[in-house]
Design a binder for this molecule. Structure first.
Ligand code: GLC
Length: 582
């Protein structure tokens, strides 16, 4: 970030920036709002809901990809970076979205998907024509591995790399007798970042969008861009955290990111947040330490691994609240001052946060509010995903034909169809963790198809829209929506919630997550009950509770801190101001 570097302001010794204080709202355009009745969300649909987002109080919209795409992976397979997907509208609609957002003081950030393109991108169409095509080297091609007998007809993929979407990461191309690499689907060939021409194409397209005035980029699978040297077989046993760990942090990644910053980002008043699979808190400062001039923030994955077995992400794992707390603590220690954190719980690739980290039955409202209280009282920029502000839940799909996500479909094909595994446990796992959960259409109101479309929705609407929808949330002052809104207002008024240091209290308490936030401006106590039972927190170490002022609570305005022990109702949370030092 370059603006205002002349008179850089600091709070708590941290350089301030507008995007550090911002709230990002992620829109998955396909599932947000359909304006023309084709069953697919679109840009005009988003424009029609800007007032809703302005009322909520968000500063930035992150648009999941809206570029032209054959939609093998819903837009994460781009066939033209300079065109808007027809189903979503036109460039004129995009320009209107920019203007209308600006009028409401909302910035747009785009999804930069440049680890790979679609196989329908003209670069790839050219590249596959011949080995000496000008675009051949835009992608990663390797000769088949010869069998030990030297028999080339028995050729195999060049190495044992696995695709994140199941099967080999290599696809054979008979025309030229070579394989190309695709870490995701075979319709998503990986770009060759070693090739300077590729990097220059990427910088060019970034400038195109930045020149339109966008506020920055969320950068898709950014640590995967630099590939492991030599393309040798990977011993996956050495990567207990799974495929992401094996593919991330290649030898040239920092060189590329520094170049990207220098060539592009530093010339614009814009920020970058990288998606960070495979980035640990130990290496994170290499990406976001301000001095290194690479990225501004990353969305790490640690809390998303917590309830899944590393060896098989589709197996559920139990964990203790203490481990959850320590993830936030470790990340804050790693990037909270040196760089900046990005706080989020879910996105378009995850289960719904209330179903996953809260409780989507009796305590849905309280737990959704408490998860929000957690996010808005951590140090870092907060990212929320569409629908979480009204407590949308996972959707139950009973048959594989109802799953539309390529990851789910490929996984089922591999495990059930090819390997003969029992389908029931896999369907249960997909219902628990699968990406379709986050992609069910937004629940606007009680009308047919939840007010998402007047046509037939592309994806199943969760039947619970009758009781869970935006209209009811907006109309009811105690709703989850209003809790989010109040938290956003509170955070804006109390900069310590953005920049202050964080100290966990009563670390081993497996029901209550409690912490202090403090800096030269103030001191705050945050109490979050993560249990479906009422739970106690003992605060004997806090001296200044006498005049504690409850700023926000999920259960109304009760709750003095008069005795040493506080009892919290199931999923109750409270934020206290302990000292206003200004
Ligand atoms: C990222 C996106 C995900 C996509 C993948 C490949 O993880 O968030 O939706 O499938 O990259 O682009």
């Amino acid at each position: 970030m370059n603006p205002s570097s002349g008179d850089q302001k600091t709070i708590n010794g941290i350089n301030t920036a507008w995007w550090k204080e911002a709230v990002i709202y992620q829109i998955y355009p396909r599932s947000f709002c359909d304006s023309d009745g084709d069953g697919v969300g679109d840009l005009q649909g988003i424009i029609s809901k800007l007032d809703y987002l302005a009322e909520l109080g968000v500063d930035v919209i992150w648009l999941s990809p809206v570029y032209q795409s054959p939609n093998d992976d819903n837009g994460y397979d781009i066939s033209d970076y300079y065109q808007i997907m027809e189903e979503f509208g036109s460039m004129a609609d995009f320009d209107t979205l920019m203007q209308e957002s600006k009028r409401r003081d909302i910035k747009i950030i785009m999804d930069l998907v440049v680890n790979h393109t679609s196989d329908e991108h003209h670069w790839f169409q050219e590249a596959q024509k011949s080995k000496d095509n000008l675009y051949r080297d835009y992608y990663i091609w390797k000769a088949p591995r010869q069998s030990t007998q030297g028999d080339s007809s028995a050729s195999q993929p060049p190495n044992n790399w696995e695709s994140i979407f199941s099967g080999s990461a290599w696809e054979y191309h008979s025309n030229t007798n070579e394989y190309y690499l695709h870490l995701f689907s075979k319709k998503q060939p990986d770009l060759n970042w070693e090739n300077k021409a590729v990097r220059e194409e990427v910088y060019k397209l970034m400038r195109f969008w930045l020149d339109k005035g966008i506020g920055g980029f969320r950068m898709d699978v950014i640590p995967f861009m630099s590939k492991r040297e030599g393309f040798a077989d990977i011993d996956y046993e050495n990567f207990p955290d799974g495929l992401a760990e094996a593919y991330a942090n290649g030898p040239k990644i920092h060189e590329y990111l520094q170049e990207m910053r220098e060539q592009v980002m530093q010339h614009y008043p814009a920020f970058s947040v990288g998606e960070g699979p495979g980035i640990s808190p130990e290496v994170a400062p290499l990406y976001v330490d301000e001095k290194r001039k690479e990225l501004d923030m990353i969305f790490h994955f640690d809390h998303l691994q917590l309830d899944r077995e590393n060896k098989d992400l589709w197996q559920k794992k139990d964990y203790r609240l203490q481990e959850f707390k320590e993830i936030f603590e470790r990340w804050d220690e790693s990037v909270g001052r040196k760089g900046w954190g990005a706080i989020y719980l879910g996105n378009h690739d995850t289960a719904r946060i209330v179903s996953r980290f809260g409780q989507d039955g009796e305590h849905r409202e309280a737990s959704a509010k408490t998860l929000a209280t957690l996010m808005f009282t951590q140090r870092g920029t907060v990212g929320i995903y569409q629908g979480d502000e009204i407590g949308m839940t996972n959707v139950q799909l009973d048959d594989i034909s109802e799953f539309l996500d390529i990851q789910a479909i490929n996984l089922y094909q591999e495990r059930v169809v090819e390997n003969g595994e029992d389908s029931a446990p896999l369907l249960a796992a997909l219902n628990r963790f699968g990406r379709d959960n986050a992609r069910s259409p937004f629940q606007w109101d009680q009308s047919e198809h939840s007010g998402f479309t007047s046509g037939t929705p592309w994806q199943t609407v969760n039947p619970n829209y009758i009781s869970i929808n935006a209209q009811d949330n907006v109309d009811s002052p105690n709703s989850i929506f209003h809790h989010y809104k109040q938290l956003i207002t509170l955070r804006r008024a109390h900069s310590t919630l953005v920049y202050g240091d964080c100290q966990i209290l009563d670390r081993e308490n497996d029901n209550v997550y409690a912490y202090l936030r403090e800096d030269e401006r103030g001191k705050y106590l945050i109490l979050l009950n993560f249990s479906e039972h009422s739970s106690e927190f003992t605060h004997k170490t806090i001296a200044d509770t006498e005049n504690a002022q409850l700023l926000i609570g999920t259960h109304g305005n009760e709750g003095e801190l008069s005795s040493n022990t506080v009892r919290l109702a199931a999923y109750e949370s409270r934020v206290y101001l302990l000292a206003d030092k200004q």
